[in-house]
Each structure stands twice: as C-alpha cells, then as structure tokens.
Design a protein around this ligand. Structure first.
Ligand SMILES: Cc1ncc(COP(=O)(O)O)c(C=O)c1O
Length: 450
C-alpha cells in the first residue's frame, strides 16, 4: 500500500486553465492579512530541496531512526481495538490519556503539572496562535528575543501585534536589555502583553539560558508584572548532561509553557500543548473549540499509544546522538572553511547554529549566489520583525548527513570567501552592521540596515 497519488498531468492542466492570478477580492481582505507574507524559508524550499543543493536551511526533524514497525503496529492496534473512539470528535481541551502522558514528559524538565492545566494543540504552532489570540489586541507589543522564531513572528504579525526585539548574548535573552525595553515601552504608553522566549537551544540562535539567567528573567518579569510565554520544543534534545529546569518549573503563575512532540517523536501527528494557569487554560479551551472544535483525536491516541508501547526516552537518546554527530560535523566544517571575521554560536542541543558574517557581507543579497553554488541557508533577516539581521544567517544541521553538512560548509565557505574578497577589492558601499558577539548587537530598528 502506498500514498494516494495526485491527479494526473491532464487533470492538473485542466485545473490550471481555470486558474487566474487576478484577485477579485483584493480590496476586501481584513487588515490583519496585510502582514501575512510567505516566510523566507517557504520561498526557499523549492530550490533548497533540489537534491544537488545541500540545504542548511530547513529545520525539519530527522525521523529516519523512528521504528516504523513499532509505530505501525500500535496504529494497527489502535484502529482495530479503539478505532470508533479514536476516529470520533473529542474534548476541546484534548484527551485525558495524552494530557496525562504530557505531564510525565514535562517532569523530565522539572515541571510538576496537573493534566487539567494542559490544553492539547495542533503542534506548538497552534499553541502560539491561541495564546496570542486570547491575549493580544491590534497594536499590543510582544517582546521577543533578537533574533526570534520566524513562525512566532508570523503569528504576532497576523494578530497585528508589534514585536519589540530584546538583545541576546551567548546565554540567551539579555536581562538588562529586557528591563530597559519594558521600561521604555511603558513610559511611551505602550501595552506590553507578554515576553515570548525560547530558553533551550534557541531557534535560530542556537544558545540556551543558564539556570541563573532564567531566574533573573523571571525576577524581572515579576517586578514588571510581565507574563512569560516559554516555547520549548527542543528542551529534551540536549547533548550535554541533564535538561535545565524549565522556567515554568520555577513559576507556575507567571509562565505559559508551550511543548511539542514534533522534535521528540514526529511532526506529522501535529500534537503540541499549552500548560497554563487555570484561568488562562479556560480561555485557551474556548479558543481551541472555536478554532478546531477539538484537536485531532486520532493523533492524540496515536501519540499516547507510542508513548505507552515504546521506549520513548531511549528513542530521544537515539535522536540526541544523531543530532550531536551532525552538530559536530557542522562545527568542524565551519572551523575549516569560514573566512576570517566569521563567528558562530556553539549549540549544546537542538538544530541550529547562528553565524555572524564578516563586516560588509549581506546574507540576504548573497543567497542567490549560494544556491548557485549548491548550498542554502536562511538569511538572518527572516528572524527579525523589522528588516534587521542581514549580517547573520541560520545554519541547520538537523537533516543532512554529516558528510553533506561538511560539503555544505565547504561550499558556503567558498561563497563567503569570494564575497569577502570582492568587498576587499571594491569596497561594500554599505555600512557594516556592528556585531559585538556571535549574536550581534541589536540596536534600534533602522540603525544598522545594510
Ligand atoms: C521555536 C519553535 N516553536 C514552535 C515550533 C512549532 O513546532 P510544532 O508546531 O511542530 O510543534 C517550532 C518549529 O520548528 C519551533 O522551532
């Protein structure tokens, strides 16, 4: 048995003939659609996915090591023994069996939670959407790291929020910058709704907040009465030692926590969750009911069956080792091939390295040349809400083999060397954005545009 095929060429041609690029409804869309644009990553996918291109662009989890026979068997049992329940509508909050299992998963990061405080979502992406939906009005400000997860920026834009970026360093969000940002925004009369942060193996920056850093950020949040949204899809994919306790484990009243099975099991089931204080949870369930009636019941039972029947902790260890080998290949390749003046973060887990280019180089302008040289990455500008970031790039090591990663960094090195030598000969004609560290200095939007 294989996947159902798409309509044949003739059928497609017939459909295309009726297709038109004119949009008869162009003046009717809601204002919130104006900020909805295809992410730089999506636009890249068609070229980056060609086999001759080494893609260091996408952040797709590598699920080659999943035991498909085990998953298949448990799906078979699920359908034959509980199919009528698993294929029925379910609870808007999510099925009790998966909410209990989620609490067990969260215990690995020090979180003691009751299943009643968990809302199941369609990936943590929907968690982000629901949280923004219940908290944000147009014009509200959301504080985000600089840089931040491109999918979160898309959600905030869709709800017409304004993103205020807060500088990071090698230990994640900079507490002093956070303090200053909250004070400046409030004294300008702005409404700051929450801080959105990715404390572990940040996407895209690749850095993690130390325990002390988390404590300090939470102290500032308390002083400023700031809600914290902790997004943690990579927390269990650390390469060194035990996971750092989640921020939620330190403050149950102030932190709304987003989790996901996309990176520790498989993204196709689309199961994530939000753990929130009780009153927030009630609003989330109402929002979930209006969005989907209920999260996909079959997927919830499928993930619960996988967790119950398989050594999922052992599987996460397998994933970790596989990602560590790829991370090592990426770091070795960068050390061998990057031109002088390039720096990068050293991730202790997760999928991403964040690179800072030599002064004068522009990762956005350079992308076409890189793809011609058969290597792809995501330009730093994708991870800022305001066009900043052209001196940075995100390099993912999660998907290609170590050999391909080494080859990709070799090709990238050649492109950068060439760009740097052209700049040296002819000058850049642009002002170099400052970069204090591998994460760069984040300054007021517009101050450092190339
Ligand atoms: C930081 C972060 N948050 C949320 C998501 C969304 O993941 P999902 O919806 O698959 O759970 C991703 C996916 O890459 C991510 O990197």
């Amino acid at each position: 048995m294989s996947l159902p095929s798409t309509p044949g060429a003739a059928g497609l041609e017939r459909l295309q003939r009726r297709d038109t690029r004119l949009d008869n409804y162009v003046d009717r869309y809601a204002a919130r659609t104006h900020g909805m644009t295809a992410s730089a990553i999506r636009a890249l996918f068609s070229v980056a996915n060609r086999p001759e291109v080494v893609s260091l662009a996408g952040g797709m989890p590598n699920i080659a090591d999943l035991p498909l026979d085990v998953v298949g068997e448990s799906l078979h049992t699920l359908v034959t023994q509980s199919g009528r329940q698993a294929m029925q509508y379910g609870s808007g909050q999510g099925e009790p069996v998966i909410r209990e299992a989620i609490c067990e998963v969260m215990r690995l990061e020090g979180i003691a939670a009751h299943p009643d405080d968990v809302t199941v979502t369609v990936g943590s992406q929907q968690g982000l959407d629901l949280v923004t939906r219940i908290f944000c009005d147009p014009g509200d400000v959301v504080l985000c790291e600089a840089p931040s997860y491109v999918g979160a920026l898309g959600v905030f834009r869709a709800y017409q929020c304004e993103v205020a970026h807060v500088a990071m360093d090698e230990q994640g969000l900079d507490p002093q910058a956070l303090r200053e940002a909250v004070a400046a925004l409030r004294s300008a009369g702005r409404t700051v709704k929450f801080l959105y942060t990715i404390p572990n193996f940040h996407n895209p920056a690749g850095v993690s907040q130390s325990l002390e850093r988390r404590t300090e950020i939470l102290r500032i949040a308390e002083e400023a009465d700031l809600l914290v949204v902790e997004d943690n899809p990579y927390g269990l994919l650390g390469f060194e030692g035990e996971p750092t306790p989640a921020m939620r484990s330190m403050d149950a009243d102030r932190v709304v926590y987003l989790g996901s099975f996309s990176k520790t099991f498989a993204p196709g089931f689309r199961i994530g969750w939000v753990l929130a204080p009780h009153a927030v949870r009630e609003k989330l369930v109402l929002a979930q009911e209006s969005a989907t009636l209920c999260p996909p019941v079959f997927s919830q039972f499928a993930v619960a069956a996988y967790l119950a029947n398989h050594d999922w902790r052992g599987q996460i260890k397998v994933f970790r080792e596989m990602y560590r080998e790829r991370r090592d290949a990426m770091l070795a390749g960068l050390a061998d091939h990057m031109p002088t003046g390039t720096s990068w973060t050293v991730p202790a887990g997760g999928f991403f390295v964040w690179a800072t280019l030599p002064p004068g180089l522009d990762s956005h302008a350079m992308l076409a040349r890189a793809v011609t040289a058969r290597v792809a990455y995501v330009p730093g500008t994708a991870f800022f809400a305001d066009g900043f970031g052209s001196r940075f790039m995100r390099l993912s090591y999660c998907f290609p083999t170590p050999e391909r990663i080494l080859e990709g960094t070799r090709r990238l090195g050649e492109v950068l060397q060439y760009e740097a030598s052209v700049n040296e000969t002819f000058g850049t004609g642009v002002e170099a954005a400052p970069a204090r560290s591998a994460l760069g200095t984040y300054e007021a939007p517009g101050a450092n545009q190339n």
